[in-house]
Design a protein around this ligand. Structure first.
Ligand SMILES: [Fe+2]
Length: 231
């Protein structure tokens, strides 16, 4: 009888402990069901170092006038480029190739032959200039290719959709914990290298932080859509 009572007491204590300790036995009975992951793809264009000068010369032909104002603050933003030369056409073809790769990676078997629509424009951000938070509405994916990105020229900041909507995403966590746990991430800052191409969903809020270097940050931004059947 005494032994039974002791056993029950121990069981009761163990039960209580599993309720108050975060990694108790209950952990083993929980399944983590993930959905709606957000992905940003980083790609490198072929032989970028050898090509970058020709591409910069190509862009220089389009830099004239006062530009337009959209997400740019303090920087110059071209209209959508309507005529492209060979160097720029190569870049656009490569960007659409990476886009097709992503579509294939996501499961579309006809991605290689799908009709892709792409438009692009130039951003020149002198020291202090930046791009405010924005999306690429109506487009499947957005992309940005960093042509000239000196150190401290400003990170590409991706903002989580929940954060951008101002929803309660839970208590603040130490940044190192949030960095290692995708569920806790409110966003991510990525330092661009010259020749880096980033592709991301068109609905994903993003910005480019102020240029803290003493040289211009130059990039080409893209909108991408495709016509795909279900295969
Ligand atoms: Fe953008």
């Amino acid at each position: 009888m005494l032994r039974t009572n002791i056993f029950r007491s121990i069981s009761w204590i163990i039960d209580r402990l599993t309720l108050i300790t975060p990694c108790g036995a209950r952990q083993a009975t929980m399944e983590r069901i993930e959905f709606e992951p957000t992905v940003v793809w980083r790609a490198r264009l072929d032989a970028w170092d050898e090509r970058s000068h020709a591409v910069q010369q190509s862009l220089a032909k389009h830099v004239n006038g006062s530009g337009i104002t959209l997400s740019n603050r303090g920087g110059w933003h071209s209209d959508v480029i309507s005529h492209v030369d060979a160097a720029l056409e190569d870049v656009i073809n490569e960007v659409t190739d990476f886009y097709r790769c992503i579509l294939a990676q996501l499961g579309w078997r006809s991605a290689g032959t799908a009709e892709v629509t792409c438009e692009c424009w130039i951003n020149i951000n002198p020291p202090g200039a930046w791009n405010i938070v924005h999306t690429h509405p109506g487009w499947h994916m957005g992309a940005v290719l960093f042509i000239d990105s000196p150190p401290a020229c400003g990170d590409l900041r991706i903002i989580g959709l929940r954060e951008s909507l101002g929803l309660n995403v839970g208590p603040e966590m130490p940044s190192e914990a949030a960095a290692s746990e995708p569920f806790l991430r409110r966003g991510i800052d990525i330092s661009p290298r010259q020749g880096d191409l980033f592709l991301f969903p068109g609905w994903l809020p993003h910005q480019v932080l102020p240029n803290r270097s003493d040289a211009d940050r130059i990039s080409i931004a893209f909108n991408l859509n495709c016509g795909l059947d279900q295969t």
